[in-house]
Write a protein that binds this ligand. Sequence first.
Ligand code: GLY
Ligand code: MN
Ligand code: MN
Length: 442
Amino acid sequence: MNQPDPGALYSHHLSVLKQRADQALARGGFDHLLIPSGTLHYQAFDDRDYPYAVNPHFKAWLPLTRLPNSWLVYTPGKRPKVLFHQPFDYWHVVPDAPSGWWVEHVDIEIIRKPEDALALLPKDPARCAILGEPQSTLGPFAPNNPEPVIHYLDWHRGYKTPYEIALMRQAQRLGVRGHRAAEAAFRAGASEFEIHMAYCSAVGQDANDLPYGNIIALNEHGAVLHYTELGRSAPTPLRSFLIDAGASACGYASDITRTYAATGHDEFQAMIGAVDAAQQKMCAAVRAGFDYKQLHIDAHLSLMEVLRDFGVITVSPEAALATGVSAAFFPHGIGHLIGLQVHDVAGFAASDRGGRIERPHGHPYLRLTRVLEPGMTVTIEPGVYFIDMLLEEVKQAGHGASINWDRVDFFRPYGGIRIEDEVLCTTGEADNLTRPPFAALD
Ligand code: GLY
Ligand code: MN
Ligand code: MN
């Protein structure tokens, strides 16, 4: 399949960002937008740095994720300027000279020391909206993160440009390559750590690049929602494998989860198939005008239907939802916005002027409460888990009879099931970004 070239789409992307910045600066009453790329920080009582994480506002403008001490300077009506920090340094590899599709669209000034930026930044810091963390302060240029500016930019970041979607598709292809390698390692009897290494090697990324820490869980470990331990030996017998792992493309994230049963575990495999079928229906519900909160509630009902079909709950899905039984089996949100950050910003925003759309009562972990609109990219990640701590609470609350405990005992050793795809909301049908790369490798 021919994939769109992000380079060919960058100039349009930049024009959208300039328009957004013009509006945001007008809202905040500023003349310039300044975005430091971020700095390296020492760890406590040590001379080693924390891993560098680029300012997401910076990588929105530029496909540069490893360029500390640099600045993006934008003044309405002018070309964006990049103060590109390329130090003289023989201790570390310094960033290559600027190159690539972006360079012809911006003015570039090379700086050799962070403080060289001072002479190149606008004259009056008070006229600047400076978006960043406190450590990026340079002389009188301290990040002020004005709320009207941030609200506006964060809200509009929810709508992806074609350039961003092209990069997100690239992040999917990379992640799927890793998922295939991870499944093969699982089938070969590898440990969690070995599966992780197989994943990283296939993607060509490690902890410094991946959008979040890989979740590689064998057997009951699948019941720990953010299991990141990476056991060094494979348990016996191997029953199940849950992997939640993504990849980055120029700073854009993918976030993909699959669950597998070991050969011979047919009933768990059948339950995976049922959750997978339900998940695909949820993905198809990603349509303009649909309230994501409703999608989350609908997901509870369809997952409880699966659990009733497998004899795990004894009551109707509606009753399970009303009594909190469903939340014990599906204790997280159905998903979130994704893009420059794996959990992208403004999931609760009521408008580009701020405000908040609250979560439905009893659903404290939902990360997106907005109505879906074209250009939004969301994850759809239903799951069912067998978590003793939560099931015990159901019992304490007097709803123990809603559950067939023998069936819980049967499924507990498998941990849980989660299936997660990214879906782009369009003006028509949902565009699942994750499934086609899997199908292409079949
Ligand atoms: N990987 C984190 C999440 O699915 O939200
Ligand atoms: Mn995930
Ligand atoms: Mn996710």
